[in-house]
Design a protein around this ligand. Sequence first.
Ligand SMILES: [Zn+2]
Ligand SMILES: [Zn+2]
Length: 338
Amino acid sequence: MIGTAQGVRVDVRCEGCGGTAARSVGQFLMYGRELWWDAECTCPQCGATMCEYWGPEATPEDVREALLAAHGPARLRLTAPLTDPVAVLRVLRERPGTSLRQVRELLARLRDFWLSGTAVEMAYLRVRLAERGVVAEVADGFGRAYRYVGPPELRAAGVGAGAGAGTGDGREAPSAGPAGQPVRTAGEFAAWADARTDARTDLRTAAESAEPFTFVVDLGGMLRLAPRRSEHVACAGGEPVLSAGEIGFRRSGGGWEVATVSNLSTGYCPDTASWPAVAAALTRLGLPHPGAFTYEAVFRRCPRCAECNLVREEHYACVFCDADLPEHWNVDPVAAAA
Ligand SMILES: [Zn+2]
Ligand SMILES: [Zn+2]
């Protein structure tokens, strides 16, 4: 189930002949306990083969995101309450390119939720934690992850909102809206909702909750909420997601329930097949939900002009060039390899 090697193949331009070459990138456990990545290029036209890299440096973000998109994330959690945080801190600090702030965030996340990342990263952490006597387990995520496919300038603003490692701290992004509020438990959701519904502001907030909020489900399966019309990439702290869309809540008895939920995010263009990740996040919070997206956004990339379309009323034609659009989701195709 959880491999110790993963790869992805992407088409690139051959520097030798200008044709289409295949770039294979991957991560693997070296010597059973070191996290390595590699990249090599082979061109079927001119026969050129080039090894770009092979070694233990920090995996570049584009390689990680391609692996997450092709294979989906894995998750890791401790199988017993954390009694030796120093041992865990030592393990987390071993990863190249990890700042002290990120290490603290990772520890907090491991303490009360799941860590998430590529399957090889989680296998690596499990091995290293075990070496220090800390027992953890690795589980699959919920299928593929969705990379951000919107305008790059919004992504830059979103990454500025911080929280790349998973714990939003609520700081404002310069233009794309605040990072999403992580909602891990029913108590955290109640606090988030109550903060919007005290007696003095009830009228305003009643209108607000009828208009949907921006949400993402992050790689660990956690719901993150942001004010309506916030950019999804900011809500996600720039990371890939399991799903993204808009969500509206209404009062139900003494609590809340989900009134509307969609996969409408032009930043991530997630497939309607991302629903199980949303359902799992809502179920964990004890929030009754409709059992499916109440609005299904159908995103397709045009095979002729490469623009991303939101298909309306089952009219499968590109609004930019009128080419036929495919039946199945194709916005960010990646091929698994190795
Ligand atoms: Zn070539
Ligand atoms: Zn087109």
